[in-house]
Design a protein around this ligand. Structure first.
Ligand code: BES
Ligand code: MN
Ligand code: ZN
Length: 507
C-alpha cells in the first residue's frame, strides 16, 4: 500500500473514494458536514431515511453524490461520539479499508484522520492509521498453493489532516508508522511460520539478511561458541533436539560511538514441546509462536533501522527448539549457567528462562544503558492479563515507567506486576542455587524472579508476551506485538539521547 498526506476540502478531492465518518445516532462528522453542504444535504437526507445511523462497524458506499469531485463517498459508522477513543478509531479505519478493498477503486482519500481522538495528536492518529490499515490488509498465505481470493485493487491511501500546519508532523508520523508497520509485519511473518520452517538456523539466516538489507551489524554464535562461553542452561534446552541452537546478535549503531546501547533480548524457542515434561496435545501447535519475543526483537531492529534512530541498539536472540529427544535434559538435572549459578531443572517446560538467563549474562559485555527482554514466558500471564496487556516486571522503576508510557502511546499496552524479593523463596532448591520453577502461585512473577537473579549488573525490564503475541482460534495468527511498544520506547530514548559524544574514554 502506498500512503500520502494531504490537507484540503473533501468535496474537491479527485479520488476514487472519499471516506468520512458518521457518529451514532446519525451525526455527521465535520468533514461529512462539508460534503453534505456541497452536496445540498444529500448525506443528511440519507441519514434521515435511516440508511446509516453511525453504528460502529457499519458503512455505506455512495455513488454519484452531487457536488463532489470524487467517484464515491464512503460513510463509516463511528459509534457514539462520546465513546470515540483509540479502539473505535482503529476499528473505523479497518472498516473503511475492508470496504475500499471491495470497491473497484485504486485509491481512497480518508478524512477519518481528522477526527478528534481524546488526548491524541495528529502524529498519533497518522501512525495508528498506518498500523490499522496494514493490519487489516495483512495476509499470510505464502504456504497455500492457492492464494486467498481477495479482490484488492486498492493501492493508495491519502490521509487528510485539518490544517496545513499539521502537514509536517503528519509526514514525519507517516514515516514512523510505515517503519513500525514494517517491523510488526516481519514479526508476524516469522511468528506465523511453522516450526519445521522457522528453525533456529532459519532465524539466524533471516537475521543475516536483515542485517545486510538494513545495514545492521550481525554475529551468529553456534553450539561450539556457546559451549566455550559456558552457556549450559541454554544448551540444556537444546539437548533434546536435532536442530542446532543459535545465538544471534544484531546491532543498530545510530548513536555516538561511545554511547551505551539499549539492549533487547528475545526468547527464540522455535517450537516448545515442553521437552521431557511434555505438554498436553491440545493446541500444542501454537508453541510454534514461542519465538515471538525473538521475532519482535528483529522487527524492532528493522523499525529502528528504517527510522534511522540516533541510538545504539543491540538485539540478542538465544534460539533453540525444546524437544524430548534421547539426550534431553531430565527433571532433576542440575546445570551450571554462564553466570556460575547452578539451576535444578524441575520442569523442562520452564525452558524460556533457561535460555534467557545465559543471554542476560552474555549482554553484560555490552555495558548496557538498560536491557529489556521479551518472551512468551508463562501461561500464567495469560490467566492474569488475558490478551490485552503484556506483563511487565522490572528492577528499575524509571525503566518500567518508560515502557508503560511507550505501550500507552503505541496503544500496545503493558501492565506492571511486582518483582518483590518475597517471591524469591518459591525458587528455593535443595540441590542447586535455585529451581527453575516456583510452583503454581504467581507463575509470571516467579519466572521474572528467576531472570532477576541474572540481571544485577544493569537496569532491566521483562515483558511477558504470552497473551499478546498471537491470537488463537478462528483468527489464529501472530499480532506483531510488542513491536509498536518497543519502537516507541526506542523513539523516545532517541529523542532524549545526547546528540553527540556519550561517555568518552579518557586518554
Ligand atoms: N512457552 C511457554 C509459555 C506459554 C504457554 C505461553 C502457553 C503461551 C501459552 C513456556 O515455556 C512454558 O511452558 N511455561 C510453563 C512454565 C511452568 C512449567 C512453570 C507454563 O506457563 O506452564
Ligand atoms: Mn515451555
Ligand atoms: Zn516456552
Amino acid at each position: 500500500m502506498e500512503f500520502s498526506i494531504k490537507s484540503g476540502r473533501p468535496e474537491k478531492q479527485r479520488s476514487a473514494c472519499v471516506v468520512v465518518g458518521v457518529f451514532e445516532p446519525r451525526k455527521l462528522s465535520a468533514a461529512a458536514e462539508v460534503v453534505d453542504t456541497a452536496a445540498h444535504q444529500f448525506l443528511s437526507e440519507i441519514l434521515r431515511r435511516g440508511d446509516m445511523d453511525g453504528k460502529a462497524g457499519t458503512c455505506l458506499l455512495l455513488h454519484g453524490v452531487p457536488g463532489v469531485e470524487a467517484d464515491r463517498i464512503l460513510l463509516v459508522g463511528l459509534g457514539k461520539e462520546r465513546e470515540f477513543r483509540e479502539k473505535a478509531y482503529r476499528a473505523a479505519l479497518a472498516t473503511a479499508v475492508r470496504q475500499l478493498n471491495e470497491t473497484g477503486g485504486f485509491d481512497g482519500t480518508v478524512y477519518l484522520t481528522e477526527l478528534n481522538v481524546r488526548k491524541r495528536d495528529v502524529g498519533w492518529k497518522i501512525r495508528q492509521a498506518v498500523l490499522a490499515v496494514q493490519e487489516t490488509v495483512y495476509r499470510f498465505d505464502r504456504l497455500k498453493s492457492k492464494k486467498d481470493e481477495v479482490r484488492r485493487p486498492l493501492r493508495k491511501l491519502t490521509f487528510c489532516v485539518n490544517h496545513r500546519n499539521e502537514l509536517a508532523a503528519a509526514e514525519a508520523a507517516l514515516g514512523e508508522g510505515l517503519a513500525i508497520a514494517a517491523g510488526a509485519e516481519l514479526a508476524k511473518n516469522l511468528g506465523n511460520l511453522p516450526g519445521n520452517i522457522c528453525t533456529p538456523t532459519y532465524l539466524a539466516d533471516q537475521a543475516r539478511q536483515l542485517a545486510k538489507s538494513h545495514s545492521l551489524g550481525v554475529d551468529i554464535l553456534d553450539r561450539i561458541d556457546m559451549e566455550k562461553l559456558g552457556m549450559n542452561t541454554l544448551l540444556s534446552v537444546a539437548r533434546g533436539s536435532h536442530e542446532p541452537p543459535k545465538f544471534i546478535v544484531l546491532r543498530h549503531v545510530g548513536g555516538p560511538a561511545g554511547a551505551k546501547p539499549t539492549v533487547l533480548v528475545g526468547k527464540g524457542v522455535t517450537f516448545d514441546s515442553g521437552g521431557i515434561s511434555l505438554k498436553p496435545g491440545l493446541e500444542m501447535d501454537e508453541m510454534k509462536y514461542d519465538m515471538c519475543g525473538a521475532a519482535s526483537v528483529m522487527g524492532t531492529l528493522k523499525a529502528a533501522a528504517l527510522m534511522k534512530l540516533p541510538l545504539n541498539v543491540i538485539g540478542v536472540i538465544p534460539t533453540t527448539e525444546n524437544m524430548p529427544g534421547g539426550a534431553a535434559t531430565k527433571p532433576g538435572d542440575v546445570v551450571t549457567s554462564m553466570s556460575g549459578q547452578t539451576v535444578e531443572i524441575l520442569n523442562t517446560d520452564a525452558e524460556g528462562r533457561l535460555i534467557l538467563c545465559d543471554a542476560l549474562t552474555y549482554v553484560e559485555r555490552f555495558d548496557p544503558e538498560c536491557v529489556v527482554d521479551i518472551a512468551t514466558l508463562t501461561g500464567a500471564c495469560v490467566i492474569a492479563l488475558g490478551h490485552i496487556a503484556s506483563g511487565l516486571l522490572a528492577n528499575h522503576e524509571g525503566l518500567a515507567r518508560e515502557l508503560l508510557d511507550a505501550g500507552d502511546e503505541a496503544y500496545d499496552r503493558a501492565w506492571q506486576l511486582p518483582l518483590w524479593d518475597d517471591y524469591q523463596e518459591q525458587l528455593k532448591s535443595n540441590f542447586a542455587d535455585m529451581a527453575n520453577i516456583g510452583g503454581r502461585p504467581a507463575g509470571t512473577i516467579t519466572a521474572a524472579c528467576f531472570l532477576a537473579r541474572f540481571t544485577d549488573k544493569y537496569r532491566w525490564a521483562h515483558l511477558d508476551i504470552a497473551g499478546t503475541a498471537w491470537r488463537s482460534g478462528k483468527e489464529k495468527g501472530a499480532t506483531g506485538r510488542p513491536v509498536p511498544l518497543l519502537s516507541h520506547f526506542l523513539m523516545e530514548r532517541a529523542r532524549n539521547a545526547p546528540k553527540s559524544g556519550g561517555k568518552r574514554k579518557r586518554g
